[in-house]
Ligand binder design. Sequence first.
Ligand code: NAP
Ligand code: ZN
Ligand code: ZN
Length: 348
Amino acid sequence: MTAIKAYAAYDAETPLKPYTIERNDIGEKQVQIEILYSGVCHSDIHTAKGDWGPAIYPLVPGHEIVGKITAVGNGVTKFKVGELAGVGCFVDSCRTCVSCKAGDEQFCEEGMTGTYNSYERGTTRPTYGGYSTSITTDEDYTLHVSDKLDLTGVAPLLCAGITTYSPLRRLKVGKGHKVGILGLGGLGHMAVKFAASFGAEVTMLSHSPSKEADAKKLGAHHFALTSDAEVMKSLANEFDVILNTVSADHDYNEYLNLLNTNGTMIIVGMPSAPAVIPAATLVLKRRSIMGSLIGGIAETQEMLDYCAEHNITSDVEVIDMAYINEAYERMNKSDVKYRFVIDMVSLK
Ligand code: NAP
Ligand code: ZN
Ligand code: ZN
């Protein structure tokens, strides 16, 4: 065991504070990663604040991790010391169920082992995430990271990137599709980049008028202010796909009505309140709602390779670890351009 510096939520109410965790010694098939940057996802806030139920406290969030390999176990074949590596939202799964075998480890029938707020498989030892200086992971749950891209902008790809890439690919979004991206935050800005890169006609649907110019710079062809009733009326039945990234409770029906016949709303944002949806909203236009959860390991690697090839990274604001509580407050006010990324040097 090695003592590692970290930052933790001690409960749902108080600010995050310094905390020391114990990381396991490196196993046969494990790699040790010195964490260089860690992205800040709204799921970190939901989990720390108990929005989805009680968390395992003290909780060390962070599941958008990039760093350098500092040691490898004797049985490791995929990584070498000195290489860059990434870790996303989970660090293990059963490896034998139908979902794991299909490369959908995030849907593991025994439950994936989350990078934080989980227990190491078969133990009562909590997992701790990326708001820390080092992590030890199984090589099969570790990603290769290109050295061609700016590393600060790569960290958010490990969650915001794959969460938006995966469902857009599943629906084969591309040329000829009209796509609405709802919510311009961490997930939303990656969704705009991917949908535009895949060739779709992209409209940013945002409740923040100040984000119009940025939305267009990110690749959106149009911007629609969702608080403007006239604008919303003009977009009725407009979209083939809407990717909903909103983190706060909201009325889904307003946006479902913007889908055309056969249109699909992909839900990735996870507000805590349940949605009430009249059957007619779906039935009368054969509309669908689908959920999507991050992506499997192979697809995450595919996404990282796609980003390296097409020079796609996240637009980030790099912060020190001690700024995390302000960052959470700003994210709750939709004030982030467009992902906070912690420089882990600030924790050393
Ligand atoms: P974020 O950076 O905080 O962005 C959320 C965006 O939602 C805001 O920037 C804002 O965009 C919009 N929004 C916020 N409050 C709103 C309100 N009251 N009404 C309308 N729009 C509002 O969050 P994120 O990190 O992208 O995460 C978004 C959600 O996805 C969270 O719930 C998170 O837990 C979830 N998530 C899910 C997965 C998955 O696998 N399914 C993975 C990661 C995250 P505008 O200012 O443009 O309106
Ligand atoms: Zn996340
Ligand atoms: Zn499984």
